[in-house]
Design a protein around this ligand. Structure first.
Ligand SMILES: [Mg+2]
Ligand SMILES: [Zn+2]
Length: 447
């Protein structure tokens, strides 16, 4: 069982993570975790499992609470898990009532199909933990490994399981609570330990390292050649077009570079959470591990203003092209001076409707390392009154900051939900970003 899907744990919410009520949980104040459940989820994350919540919320259809209240409950739950060092990757809920005939209310399988769509693979063999017969029936229908907890409706369900026609598996595992269930899950399946880069590199012998070197040389040759038409033709032509068109013309080099990277070095990428990108301008706070993200992010967010050294803009053609992308150009006079320049130019860009990219750690870190997160990006977002979009990725694993070789694989990019600045200090915002980015990277599956 080393397949990816066995690393997924699907949790029911009420009666598993939080104390259930026959009167429904209607607000975040009423949402109270069962002792030890938050820590149990964190342990799963730390052991490398991806944790999802799949929950029936017919209280919505019954009018007992609205989606804002549900969101507040889920924010509370996610925050508590984050604080404990874990992560709930995504929450699926069915808003319908029992008579609506929807295909998502458990034991119907709709929510797990949404999860499969999100994962890009079936949930067969994933763990499914619940307290109700519906959960066990769903696990059976989708060939998940069923785990029953005796919290919530668990005791009742345990008796129902014994009755004929329950439509569940014979070998359902039963535990007193989520804590015990998670301990069992972790023990059952020691997930593949995260390969750290140095371990990974040693897998390549001398000959394969030579080949990787040749592939990297080819890559650099191609992207340098591609610079010529972009600098000499598209840049001068760009003057004739609007900013957005010009931006697309010049960043065609970035798209070309990504394509060359795949072709020569076998490095692809996948993006998760693109639906979180807001319509209005925002500050992107991203992990910095590699040159890769500086190339890629300009194609993901269009337009995007990046911070760079002003001297670069003076290079004929190439620099002129960069200047046309409306970067934040700083003179490296003093650290304080740079912060001021980022602040004033950043504000101007955001006012123009252009997103601004900030690497809060300042310089690149090795895969697996965490730098000190500076608060400049948060200050900028507060001053401009725009949301912060946290972005995690593992580019450093395949295109490390030092060394010439590039290692084939799929870079995973995850975009978090926008973090709103209202009522938060720059320190709090920066902490929130760091927490989300680092725990997301820690929870990334090996690909
Ligand atoms: Mg339940
Ligand atoms: Zn539904």
């Amino acid at each position: 069982m080393t397949s990816n899907e066995s690393q997924v744990v699907i949790l029911d919410r009420d009666g598993v993570i939080n104390i259930d009520s026959s009167d429904y949980i209607r607000s975040s104040e009423q949402w109270r975790p069962i002792d030890g459940s938050i820590e149990a989820i964190a342990r799963l994350s730390k052991a490398g499992f991806r944790v999802f919540v799949v929950t029936n919320q017919s209280g919505l259809a019954r009018g007992y609470f609205d989606s804002t209240a549900l969101q507040a409950m889920h924010d509370k739950m996610s925050k508590l898990v984050h604080k404990a060092g874990g992560r709930i990757e995504k929450i699926f809920h069915c808003p319908h009532g029992p008579d609506d005939g929807c295909n998502c209310r458990k034991p119907a399988t709709g929510m797990l199909e949404q999860l499969e769509h999100y994962l890009g693979q079936p949930v067969t063999n994933a763990w499914l933990v619940g307290d109700s017969l519906k959960d066990m029936q769903l696990a059976h229908a989708k060939h998940c490994k069923a785990v029953l907890v005796r919290t919530g409706n668990g005791h009742e369900t345990e008796q129902q399981l014994a009755l004929p026609g329950a439509h569940t598996d014979q070998n359902t595992s039963i535990f007193d609570n989520l804590q015990a269930a998670c301990e069992f899950i972790i023990k059952q399946q020691k997930p593949v330990k995260k390969t750290n880069l140095s371990a990974k590199n040693t897998h390549f012998g001398v000959f394969s390292r030579f080949l990787l070197g040749v592939r990297a040389v080819l890559f650099y040759l191609l992207i340098i050649i591609a610079l010529l038409p972009v600098s000499l033709i598209l840049t001068p032509l760009g003057v004739l077009f609007s900013f957005t068109t010009r931006y697309q013309m010049i960043t065609s080099w970035n798209r070309c570079a990504l394509w060359c990277l795949k072709l020569c070095c076998g490095i692809s990428h996948s993006v998760h959470g693109a639906e979180n990108i807001p319509e209005q301008p925002f500050v992107v706070m991203a992990k910095h591990q590699s040159a890769w993200e500086t190339i890629y992010l300009q194609t993901l967010f269009t337009p995007l203003s990046t911070i760079l050294k002003r001297e670069l803009l003076l290079i004929p053609f190439f620099g002129w092209g960069l200047a046309m992308l409306k970067p934040i150009a700083i003179k490296r006079s003093s650290p304080k001076g740079s912060i001021r320049q980022v602040q004033t130019q950043g504000l101007a860009r955001l006012k123009d409707g252009i997103a601004v990219l900030v690497f809060p750690e300042g310089t690149r870190t090795h895969f697996g390392q965490v730098g000190r997160y500076a608060r400049g990006g948060a200050h900028l977002a507060i001053d401009a009154n725009v949301p912060i979009l946290p972005l995690a990725h593992n580019a450093g694993k395949y295109w490390p900051k030092k060394g010439f070789l590039k290692y084939p694989g799929n870079i995973r990019v995850e975009i978090g939900e926008p973090i709103l600045c209202e009522g938060r200090t720059a320190a709090e915002l920066t902490d929130l970003c760091q927490e989300w980015i680092e725990s997301t990277i820690a929870g990334m599956p090996d690909e």
